[in-house]
Design a protein around this ligand. Structure first.
Ligand code: BEZ
Ligand code: FE
Length: 295
């Protein structure tokens, strides 16, 4: 390790720590860690952090680890409620060429959702909720159809729980993958989503309570659209009449991700239902997938 010299005082400490990173082999890691230390030390100075507050902060990090398991990811939740996930998502997916706006992945995506036939219902058990039919096209920025794209969709039940949080739901309930046809079209049946609270049993929930913030997300569907030669789009479509649209606890609802849910009254023995028509625009790029936050 490169010698950084004896520490002369508070101000020389920051430079000494950064100098200690000088032999880092990975240049990007070196840049990230130096900036992290610079900002973290500046934070300590700005708020005049006490020893007790440092203990509390470290306990918070330990609590995040302890609350995380195969079916719950408290680390993702923490990044989400602090707006970090949305900031990274917006910066890494500028909607410059008319492509659909991105939104945060959230902690509930599972990689192995079942492949479905066009038009299938992803509600895999009877649910007391208004039916919703979703359809649209996946196109390139010139409006040309993208055939063979995978439309991976997931949502919470009308009780506000994803199937992996709720033993009463069948495995992979309200999740499915659809392949676009020659005209870039996809379609599926589901139920109208409702707003729901993010999990509050861990340290993130304690923080929200202390901040007097509500834990709710506006009603939404999650989408991940992917195909060879296109940048994978991760987004969420929000119901235009959803409660909490302007106070999403994870800051995921943006002006460009609101979809119009059209209400169709009951008729001819059919119950009232909703439809959503939504087209997605994918930009050229590389097909990649995130690390699933849960199994
Ligand atoms: C979600 O929409 O699935 C979600 C996003 C962030 C935190 C919790 C849940
Ligand atoms: Fe969600």
């Amino acid at each position: 390790m490169a010698a950084h010299g004896l520490i002369g005082g508070e101000l020389s400490l920051t430079e000494a720590v950064i100098r200690a990173f000088e032999d880092t082999g990975d240049e990007r890691l070196k840049t990230l860690m130096a900036a992290l230390v610079r900002h973290a030390h500046a934070f300590v100075r700005e708020v005049n952090l006490s020893e007790r507050e440092l203990e509390t902060a470290l306990d918070f990090l330990v609590g995040i680890g302890q609350a995380t398991n195969d079916s719950h990811n408290e680390a993702v939740l923490a990044a989400d409620v602090l707006g970090i996930s949305t900031l990274v998502s917006l910066r890494c997916n500028p909607a410059a060429q008319g492509q659909t706006a991105a939104a945060l992945l959230g902690p509930f995506w599972r990689a192995e959702a079942p492949l479905c036939e066009a038009g299938e219902n992803i509600a895999r058990a009877p649910i007391d909720a208004a039916p919703l039919f979703v359809a649209g096209r996946v196109v390139d920025p010139a409006g040309q159809p993208i055939a063979g794209a995978v439309v991976d969709v997931w949502q919470a039940s009308p009780h506000g729980l994803y199937e992996n949080q709720d033993a009463a739901q069948p495995d992979m309930n309200l999740r499915g993958k659809f392949i676009t046809d020659e005209a870039g079209r996809y379609r599926f049946h589901t139920v109208r989503p409702r707003g729901y609270p993010v999990p509050t049993h861990g340290p993130v929930g304690d923080l929200l309570a202390r901040q007097r913030r509500h834990p709710y997300r506006p009603a939404h569907l999650h989408f991940m659209l992917s195909c060879e030669g296109r940048k994978t789009l991760i987004t969420q479509i929000f119901a235009d009449d959803a409660e909490y649209l302007d106070s999403d606890v994870v800051f995921g609802a943006t002006q460009n991700t609101v979809g119009q849910l059209i209400h169709h009254p009951a008729e001819g023995g059919l119950p009232a239902r909703y439809t959503l028509d939504y087209d997605f625009v994918l930009q050229p790029g590389t097909r990649t997938f995130p690390k699933p936050p849960i199994k």
